[in-house]
Design a protein around this ligand. Structure first.
Ligand code: SER
Length: 902
């Protein structure tokens, strides 16, 4: 059964049972604790926790999941994927254990004709949490499982949570026995390769707190309702139903293995275990990389970007170790697209972007590898010249550090060169570097050298924020830090010369401040600190304000004159213009959010936002682009709400109370019990928010949407200007239009019509041009046919065509020429130096030639071999493409010889 069919049956089964089908969320959700979505239930967490009311009481989905902690297992075991599809059914207080077991059992064991998967019930096993008598009883009653096929396991195996605070509960897993070829008997507790886990039913009933491991965390208490969260591994089911040995050989992954095998000197499944693992790594990682890029990640050196880079580099390295030296990424991405496209259309629509990013990483890494190879050869020669046989640890480290050479690549290359590597020395240098990097990272984090330096102040209590009510506040200096070290005093030392490194990082902590610290998407205020009394000459510009430990406001300043002393009372003041713009930006964000939900409905869930004076951007979960009308509606509703001059009210209340009022909160954000609510226009906009806002909505000024774009599949972004920035933007647009009108010499309102006419004219001209080209080509064909040579009784046209001709040009010509060769045996072979270094070629054979045993398919291979390419097609018409134009003449000669030989 094909994977797409397995997905479909799952969804059909649960939709028939009344579940609402919900699309997969992006693999990136706005939860700082979660690198990637790793389970189907993640998008439903607020429903389980009772933070939001689900619009349905049961749901089903097939969620894109990424799990990279097991990356080293990939290809080695039969069942680990870094990307997999988790099919799930969810009940939010509707059914519980009985319903979950009944529904899972019927889908697994119903016959294929009945819409099920047709598993043999005798081969299925279940596990339950060690004290879950109820689940064990249900398995016996519903599935007729004998007690010996129901095993009990502890918390590490049968108590599920996301690994972070959130919903959790005991679970029951379903296993399939693959038979004695796969290991010893004794059920899942004895061997998880033979007994392969296919489905996990979680009885989601509690909430967990912090913890240290899978079986060590605090249970905070019961959830408001008893829920069900299940996850079935589509790839594992496919592996079983397609009767293949491992998940890398199922219909979605095997094509990647095959495309690599077609290019590698050593094939797949030929008895070389290390090679087979490499093939599987490439198959697994290519798919994961395409999905992650599809959802908006680009390669980088930290977080998600690093995961992606690591996957891509592992692919390239594995391909190299398989002996594939040519670029391969584009072929891998295209294969993934073709295999996965039917279920994930974004891989098709976004293919160009995905491919571009993956190929760019390949090109960059290959350059690195090339440069590194030189270093390697030099080092290897030096080692040999010194009469040694071991490459030093520092050579291996230099290769790694400078050129990103993974150690196993160095080991492999050294082995080929007949050398060993001092791995121990290498590892020592690596850990030393890691220690340095850690120290470095700690130094950079929040730009604070040593957080413990601030600890005393953090413990002394929070900074009081006065900026909701006043712009100027008298405050006492609690601490001064220069480059992260506490100092008693800081003074003006003169500005650095232009081009000179900026001076030390100076930070000042006050007991109270009107300056807003960056948070909740609003960037920090700028302003000034001025001395009072004896130190009245002291003045500093505040460039940034950040919070430490969520409570301590740290002002990053440039001291402009005088000196600041710990204990001094000073005046802190917000830059008024800046703040006006900032409040417009933040209130504008709320307006756009509210308008967006009016137009799109509650499914448009906030995924992040950023605002600064005059500008805002807002990301939200949404499939597909917004229509022109939706955009116009959002803009209009937001501007009407501005025009209505709503009062902006803020108040503190209990979290539960705020939620009951329908205030919007950010998914995954941990809120305190008492929260601040910002209300604009009553029910129009109600959000939990700690930001600074205008007093009346009219102060926001006009809201101008700049457009809307994708920041990954399932996440869209709108951007807007507010206030004076809106005017400036509109003025720029007006000037542009005036410029266009004047160069087209029509009044502005006629510009669209004029442009349409011009485009139309251009199209007609292009068509004319095409016609002329075709006529020329036809004439060339007639000439070529007339000049056919006779080779062994075959009329042969074998020609190098004008540079720049495409495969399509050659195809249309080749048929024409063949038609003009007459009834005797005739062969046409055309080749050209195409665009971008490609060398397209086409061969056509007529009937009489075919009757003499000539095949276009064979001949095209002869050409291909000469120009480093390959090709294929049908016996009468075949084509291909190479990369080496220098081989064109030799190719045509070889072709002649081949025909003469026949
Ligand atoms: N959340 C559970 C899992 O990931 C079941 O969906 O295994």
């Amino acid at each position: 059964m094909q994977t797409h069919e397995i997905r479909k049956r799952f969804l059909d089964h649960f939709v028939t049972a009344g579940h609402t089908e919900v699309p997969s969320a992006s693999v990136i959700l706005d939860d700082p604790n979660l690198l990637f979505v790793n389970a189907g239930m993640v998008q439903f967490v607020p429903f389980f926790l009772g933070q939001r009311t689900p619009p349905y009481d049961t749901a089903t989905s097939v969620q894109k999941c990424i799990r990279t902690p097991d990356i080293d297992e990939v290809g080695i075991t039969t069942r680990h994927n870094t990307f997999f599809q988790m099919a799930g059914n969810f009940s939010f207080g509707a059914y519980f254990k009985r319903g979950a077991i009944e529904l899972a059992w019927s889908l697994l064991t119903n016959s294929v004709d009945d819409g099920g998967y047709g598993f043999d019930p005798e081969r299925l096993w279940a596990t339950v949490y060690y004290d879950d008598d109820e689940a064990e009883g249900l398995w016996q009653e519903i599935a007729g499982l004998p007690p010996e096929r129901i095993q009990r396991r502890g918390m590490a195996d049968n108590y599920w949570s996301m690994g972070i605070p959130g919903p959790c509960g005991p679970c029951s897993e379903i296993y399939y026995d693959r038979g004695p070829d796969y290991g010893i008997e004794g059920g899942p507790i004895a061997n998880e390769d033979r007994y392969i886990e296919i489905w996990n039913l979680v009885f989601m009933q509690n909430e967990r707190g912090e913890g240290t491991s899978k079986d060590d965390f605090e249970i905070l208490g019961p959830l408001p309702r008893k829920n069900i969260d299940t996850g079935m591994g589509i790839e594992r089911i496919a592996c079983l139903l397609q009767n293949v040995d491992n998940v890398y050989e199922i219909d979605l992954l095997r094509p990647v293995i095959d495309i690599v095998a077609a290019r590698a000197p050593r094939g797949y499944g030929q008895g070389n275990h290390a090679d087979d693992v490499r093939y599987r790594v490439i198959a697994d990682h290519s798919r994961t990389a395409a999905i992650i890029i599809g959802d908006g990640v680009t390669p980088g050196n930290e977080g998600r970007g690093y995961v992606l880079r690591r996957l891509l580099r592992r692919i390239i390295r594995a391909a190299k170790l398989l002996g594939v030296d040519d670029p391969i990424m584009a072929a891998l991405m295209a294969t993934v697209r073709d295999a996965m496209g039917p279920s994930y259309p974004e891989l098709v629509t976004d293919f160009d972007r995905i491919n571009r990013i993956a190929v760019a990483e390949e090109t960059a890494f290959n350059r690195t590898l090339d440069a590194g190879s030189k270093l390697f050869t030099d080092a290897a020669e030096a080692t040999r010249a010194a009469g040694k046989s071991v490459l030093t640890g520092s050579d291996a480290f230099a290769l790694h550090d400078t050129y990103g050479f993974p150690i196993d690549l160095t080991l492999e290359m050294a082995a080929e060169a007949g050398l060993a590597v001092d791995e121990l020395g290498f590892r020592e240098l690596m850990s030393e570097q890691r220690r340095r990097a850690k120290a470095d990272a700690a130094a950079r984090k929040h730009a604070h050298a040593d957080l413990s330096a601030y600890r005393e102040l953090v413990d002394a209590g929070p900074t009081e924020f006065t900026g909701f009510d006043e712009m100027t506040t008298q405050a006492r200096i609690l601490g001064i830090f220069v480059d992260g070290k506490r100092v008693p005093v800081v003074s003006h030392t003169g500005r650095p010369e232009p081009g000179e490194e900026s001076a030390s990082r100076v930070e000042i902590v006050l007991d109270r401040t009107p300056l807003y610290a960056e948070s909740g998407g609003q960037i920090a205020d700028v302003g000034t600190l001025t001395g009072t009394g004896a130190s009245s000459t002291a003045r500093a510009a505040v460039d940034d304000v950040q919070k430490i430990a969520k409570t301590l406001f740290v002002h990053r300043v440039t001291v402009e004159s005088g000196e600041f002393v710990e204990g001094d009372v000073i005046t802190a003041e917000v830059d008024h213009n800046w703040r006006r713009g900032a409040t417009q930006g933040h209130s504008g964000t709320h307006m756009v959010h509210a308008a967006l939900r009016q137009v799109l409905g509650p499914g448009a869930v906030q995924a992040g936002s950023l605002n600064r004076p005059g500008y805002l951007r807002f990301d939200f979960n949404w499939q597909g682009a917004l229509t022109e009308t939706q955009r116009a509606d959002i803009e209009q509703i937001a501007n009407e709400a501005v025009q209505a001059d709503f009062e902006v009210n803020t108040f503190l209340t209990e979290l539960d109370q705020a939620k009951a009022m329908g205030a919007m909160a950010l998914f995954g954000e941990a809120y305190p019990d008492r929260v601040r609510v910002v209300e604009i226009g009553g029910p129009f906009s109600l959000e939990l928010c700690g930001g600074t806002h205008v007093r009346n909505s009219a102060q926001i000024g006009p809201v101008t949407l700049l457009g809307e774009s994708s920041v990954g599949s399932g996440v869209r972004r709108v951007e807007a200007y507010v206030g004076l920035e809106s005017f400036k933007h509109l003025a720029r647009e007006r000037a542009l239009m005036a410029g266009l009108a004047s160069s087209l010499k029509v009044p502005s309102e006629e510009v669209p019509g004029r442009v349409a006419t011009l485009v139309e004219k251009l199209k007609t001209a292009e068509k004319e041009l095409d016609k002329a080209r075709l006529a020329n080509a036809r004439a060339a064909a007639a000439n070529a046919a007339a000049g056919a040579e006779s080779v062994g009784g075959v009329a042969l046209v074998a020609q190098r065509m004008a540079a720049g001709m495409s495969a399509a040009d050659l195809r249309s010509l080749v048929g024409d020429i063949r038609g003009k060769l007459g009834d005797g045996p005739g062969v046409v072979a055309l080749i050209a130096e195409g665009e971008g270094g490609s060398v397209p070629f086409v061969v056509a054979v007529n009937q009489a030639a075919a009757a003499r045993g000539l095949s276009a398919n064979d001949l095209v291979r002869v050409l291909g071999a000469a120009v480093d390419g390959r090709g294929g097609g049908k016996p009468d018409l075949a084509q291909g493409s190479g990369r080496n134009a220098a081989g064109i003449d030799a190719g045509l000669a070889a072709l002649r010889a081949e025909i003469a030989r026949d």
